[in-house]
Design a protein around this ligand. Structure first.
Ligand SMILES: Cc1ncc(COP(=O)(O)O)c(C=O)c1O
Length: 410
């Protein structure tokens, strides 16, 4: 059998190898499962690097003033921070913990932005003492908390733009826990100045998984009209393909839209998370049971579930799945997790090729918010993270053990 390409949902340059098995980063995933066990998050390192370069090059072709900021909440892992720093990206962190990981990875604190609608005094102290580049101020209470600190800040605003995405991942509407409504911006600017903060610009984030780039044009126009600032962060997560039918906009179109209405001299910032890591990663599972209920449904149960991928349960996210060495097929199945919850369903109604106990099942496009949202429900140890490149695989986060589960007990 000769090698075959797979859909754009899988990491760039993935293929079915001569044995009919999925290969990514040059590694055969069935062999990876045998070596590292399942469940496991597997990433193609070159995919992440290529996507980072696409963003940088799309800006560089159009502007000298830009900053691509890795929204690290999508995949907060020291190996990822390091990789994106090597590609020239900055990073944003949404908690003291993410800041800790970025610093542990060796990132330059000046290249970091801290977000959050309720940063604690301890988190703010940690950020300032670490020499963080910018804090994205979110509320009047936070301005109070920062009074007297000579810190560079940006102001997070809610521009009232509502992209067509799930309401749980919309962030820019006026009815939001984040940021300042536009009407409050003049007072917030005054308060920042009175508090001695160095205000560098405005920040907005209008939501995630955005498939229509026109909203970014609108955002650029709106924020540019708010005054003259050196920096404008036109945040909002560019959408990715979770299933082969999804056709997200190109990075070129996205960057074009960001820059369209922003005057020369302003540095445009954007902060992609999932668009940098989502399609780079897949999750490998082992099929443990196949329950065929005649005329009702076939449940294919795997050795992970809502502890390693919460998105389907949190907001009905849709994924693709395949048997790693038998792509294709037409047996409609529901992929269930191993957790003690009927709602622990990873993918409903997906066509598989004759699923059997012991098969390795792959769910693609889990590179964003899989590892990030992993939890220990049912005291399930969290999976390892494995990076693949040129046929070499390395563990960058080891699998949790049962011993890890009691480490915090006193
Ligand atoms: C402020 C901010 N920046 C960036 C992101 C990253 O979004 P995405 O992973 O969809 O690119 C988010 C996601 O919620 C966010 O809230």
């Amino acid at each position: 059998m000769s090698a075959l390409a797979v859909s754009h949902v899988y990491p760039l340059r993935s293929r079915l190898n001569e044995r009919g098995r999925l290969e990514l980063g040059g590694c055969d995933v069935v062999e990876l499962a045998a070596e590292f066990g399942t469940p496991a998050y597997v990433y193609a390192e070159d995919d992440m690097r290529a996507r980072a370069r696409t963003f940088v090059e799309a800006f560089r072709a159009r502007s000298e003033r830009f900053e691509v900021i890795y929204a690290s909440k999508a995949f907060p892992c020291t190996a990822a921070y390091r990789l994106f720093a090597e590609e020239g990206l900055s990073a944003d962190v949404a908690s003291g913990g993410e800041l800790h990981l970025a610093l542990a990875a060796g990132m330059d604190p000046k290249r970091l932005y801290m977000h959050g609608n309720n940063k604690s005094p301890a988190e703010l102290d940690y950020a300032i003492e670490s020499g963080i580049g910018h804090i994205v101020v979110d509320s009047f209470d936070e301005i109070e908390r920062l009074r007297g600190r000579s810190q560079r800040v940006m102001l997070r605003v809610t521009p009232g733009i509502e992209p067509s995405t799930h309401s749980y991942i919309q962030t820019g509407q006026v009815d939001s826990k984040f940021g300042f409504p536009m009407a409050e911006v003049p007072r917030a600017l005054e308060e920042c100045a009175a508090a001695g903060l160095e205000l560098r610009g405005l920040h907005a984030h209008i939501g995630s998984q955005i498939l229509d780039v026109e909203v970014f044009e609108k955002l650029g126009e709106l924020l540019s009209a708010m005054g003259e600032f050196p920096l404008l962060n036109l945040g909002g997560g560019l959408g990715i393909a979770y299933t082969p039918e999804d056709r997200p906009p190109s990075v070129e179109d996205y960057v074009e839209a960001l820059l369209r209405h922003v005057p020369d001299g302003v540095t445009v910032l954007c902060e992609p998370g999932r668009a940098l890591v989502g399609n780079a990663g897949v999750t490998l599972y082992t099929v443990g049971t196949v329950k065929r209920i005649p005329d009702v449904r076939t449940y294919v149960s795997v050795d992970g579930g809502m502890s390693d991928n919460l998105r389907p349960m949190l907001y009905g996210a849709r994924y693709e799945a395949e048997i790693a060495d038998r792509f294709g097929g037409n047996e409609v199945c529901t992929i269930a997790g191993m957790h003690c919850e009927s709602g622990d369903v990873l993918v409903r109604d997906v066509a598989l090729n004759d699923p059997r106990v012991g098969d390795i099942l792959v769910i693609p496009a889990t590179g964003a918010y899989g590892h990030a949202m992993a939890n220990n429900y049912n005291a399930k140890p969290r999976p390892p993270v494995i990076f693949c490149r040129d046929g070499e695989a390395r563990v960058v986060v080891r699998r949790e053990t049962y011993e890890d589960l009691t480490l915090r007990d006193c």
